[in-house]
Design a protein around this ligand. Structure first.
Ligand SMILES: Cc1ncc(COP(=O)(O)O)c(C=O)c1O
Length: 455
C-alpha cells in the first residue's frame, strides 16, 4: 500500500496515536479501501511518512495483529488478512469525528465562558484537595456535611432561602437532581406540567419516568400560572429566567403559583439554572424562599463555573432530602469526594462569588452588544438575565432553515422551534453570548446578522 492510504495523526485528539492509526486501518478494511492480501508498509517506513516514532506504528500493528486484521509472512512483510474480524458491538472512538462542531463558532445557549488558564482561586482549591487523604469509608449519601452547611449558607445569602444543612443534597447538577427527584417522588402516569417552550432535558427526564406531560404556555413573563390544571401533581418551572424565552416570573405570579400548589398539593420544581446573572434589575425571591414544603429548588455550577464539573445542589424539605438520600445510599450515585471537597474550599474562600461577579461584568457588555446586533432583525427578549437572549422572528421565517444556513456559514445557533412542543408561537433563535471569547462573539454575530439579512 505504501502510504497510498490517507492516514492522519491528530496530536490534539486526546486519543493515543497508535489507536488512531489502528482505527483508520480497520475503517479502510471495512469500507474496502484495503483489500485482503494487500501488503502494508513496514513500521519503519510508515513511521517516517507520518513523522511519528516507530514505537507508535509498531504498537498499531501489534494491536491489529492481535485482533486478526493483519498477519506477518516471514521474509515477505505484513499483509491484510482475508478474514474480517467481528466488529465490536460498541462503536469505536473515531478521533476525526469526535466533535464535528469543533471548527464552528457556537452561540448555542447553556455554556459559560471558561478562561483558557485556570485562576489562582481554582488552583488553590484543588491544591487543598490534593493535600488531604480521602475519607476512609463511604461518604454521606446526601453530600459532605460541611458542604451541605456551606451550601445552605450560600443559598440563604444569594437566593434568600432560609434553610439548614438538613435541607440540602449535593447533586451532579440540575438534571441529576431532577431525575433523582422524579424517581423517588413520582409514579408512572403522574401528570407533570412543563413549560412549553421549555428545557428539553426536563421533558426527556419526565418521559423516561413515564410521566404524563402537560404542556403549559409561557409568555414574556414566564409560566402562565393561570393555565395550570388541578390534575398536575408536579410543575417544572424556570422562574428566574424562563428557558428559553427568558421571562422573569413576577412576584404576583410566584405568589399565585405557591397558592395554587398549596391548594392542589402539587410539587413545584424550581430550576434556578442561571439566576446568578441578572443585569440592572432587582432580584426576585426564589420560589423556595416562599415555601420550602411545596418547592424543590435545583441549583447548579454549570452556568457559573463549568458544566463539566457535574456539580449542583437540591434544596427541599428535610423529609424529601431524607428520602432522596436513602435512595442514593443504595445506588451509590452521588458526586465523589474530591469534587465536593473542592467546592467546599471554593465556597469558603469566596471563589464562587468572585467567579459570579467576574461573569456578570463580562456578560453584561456582551449582552448589550448582542442585543444591539440582533435588534434590527426582530424582537430580542429575555435580556434582563442569564447567558442568552431570544430573537423572535417574523411569523413567515423558518428558524430551522436559518439555523442551518448559519451553521453553513460557521455559526451554531439554536432554533426556537427546537424547544416547542404543542403550544404554537413565533419562530426565533436562541442565542447564547457567554461561551465564545469576546472577539469570537463579535465575529459570530457579524456572520449571523449577514445570514439574517439574507433571509
Ligand atoms: C434550563 C436549564 N436548566 C439546567 C441546566 C443545567 O443542567 P445541569 O446542571 O444538569 O448541567 C441547563 C443547561 O443548559 C438548562 O438550560
Amino acid at each position: 500500500m505504501e502510504s497510498s492510504l490517507p492516514l492522519t495523526i491528530d496530536r490534539a485528539a486526546g486519543l493515543p496515536l497508535h489507536l488512531q492509526l489502528a482505527e483508520q486501518f480497520r475503517a479502510a478494511v471495512l469500507d474496502g479501501r484495503l483489500q485482503a492480501g494487500h501488503r502494508l508498509p513496514s513500521t519503519r517506513d510508515l513511521a517516517r511518512d507520518l513523522s511519528v516514532s516507530r514505537s507508535v506504528t509498531q504498537a498499531a500493528y501489534d494491536q491489529l495483529h492481535a485482533e486478526g486484521w493483519i498477519e506477518g509472512r516471514i521474509g515477505a512483510g505484513t499483509f491484510v488478512t482475508d478474514v474480517v474480524p467481528l466488529q465490536p458491538a460498541v462503536r469505536r472512538h473515531t478521533p476525526h469525528l469526535a466533535n464535528p462542531d469543533a471548527e464552528l463558532l457556537t452561540l448555542r445557549p447553556g455554556i459559560p465562558y471558561i478562561a483558557p488558564a485556570p485562576d489562582p482561586g481554582w488552583r488553590r482549591a484543588w491544591r487543598e484537595v490534593s493535600t488531604q487523604s480521602p475519607p476512609r469509608g463511604y461518604d454521606d449519601a446526601a453530600g459532605l456535611p460541611a458542604l451541605r452547611a456551606a451550601l445552605a449558607d450560600h443559598v440563604g445569602r444569594v437566593r434568600g432561602i432560609a434553610c439548614g444543612p438538613e435541607n440540602v443534597l449535593v447533586t451532579n447538577g440540575t438534571v441529576h437532581g431532577l431525575r433523582l427527584l422524579l424517581t423517588v417522588t413520582r409514579q408512572a402516569g403522574d401528570r407533570i406540567a412543563i413549560e412549553d417552550p421549555g428545557y428539553l432535558n426536563a421533558v426527556v427526564a419526565a418521559r423516561d419516568h413515564r410521566l404524563e406531560i402537560v404542556d403549559v404556555p409561557v409568555d414574556e413573563d414566564g409560566l402562565q400560572v393561570d393555565a395550570l390544571t388541578d390534575d398536575a401533581t408536579a410543575v417544572y418551572v424556570t422562574p428566574s429566567h424562563q428557558y428559553p424565552l427568558g421571562g422573569r416570573l413576577p412576584v404576583a405570579r410566584r405568589n399565585e403559583l405557591i397558592r395554587w400548589a398549596r391548594r392542589t398539593g402539587a410539587q413545584l420544581i424550581e430550576d434556578d439554572y442561571d439566576s446568578e446573572f441578572r443585569y440592572d434589575v432587582a432580584p426576585l425571591p426564589a420560589l423556595a424562599q416562599l415555601d420550602l414544603e411545596r418547592v424543590v429548588h435545583l441549583g447548579t455550577l454549570s452556568k457559573t463555573l463549568s458544566p463539566a464539573l457535574r456539580l449542583g445542589w437540591l434544596v427541599a424539605s428535610e423529609e424529601t432530602v431524607d428520602r432522596l438520600a436513602t435512595f442514593r445510599a443504595n445506588s451509590g450515585d452521588w458526586p465523589g469526594w474530591p469534587m465536593q471537597a473542592a467546592l467546599l474550599a471554593m465556597l469558603r474562600d469566596g471563589y464562587l462569588d468572585q467567579a459570579v461577579r467576574r461573569g456578570r461584568r463580562l456578560y453584561a457588555d456582551r449582552r448589550t452588544h448582542t442585543v444591539a446586533a440582533l435588534s434590527p432583525y426582530g424582537q430580542v427578549i429575555g435580556q434582563d438575565a442569564g447567558l442568552h437572549v431570544t430573537l423572535l422572528l417574523p411569523d413567515d421565517a423558518d428558524d430551522l432553515r436559518i439555523a442551518a444556513a448559519a451553521r453553513q456559514a460557521g455559526v451554531v445557533v439554536a432554533p426556537l422551534s427546537e424547544y416547542r412542543r404543542s403550544v404554537p408561537g413565533p419562530p426565533g433563535l436562541v442565542i447564547g453570548y457567554a461561551t465564545p471569547s469576546t472577539s469570537d462573539l463579535h465575529r459570530a454575530l457579524t456572520i449571523l446578522t449577514e445570514v439574517l439579512s439574507r433571509r
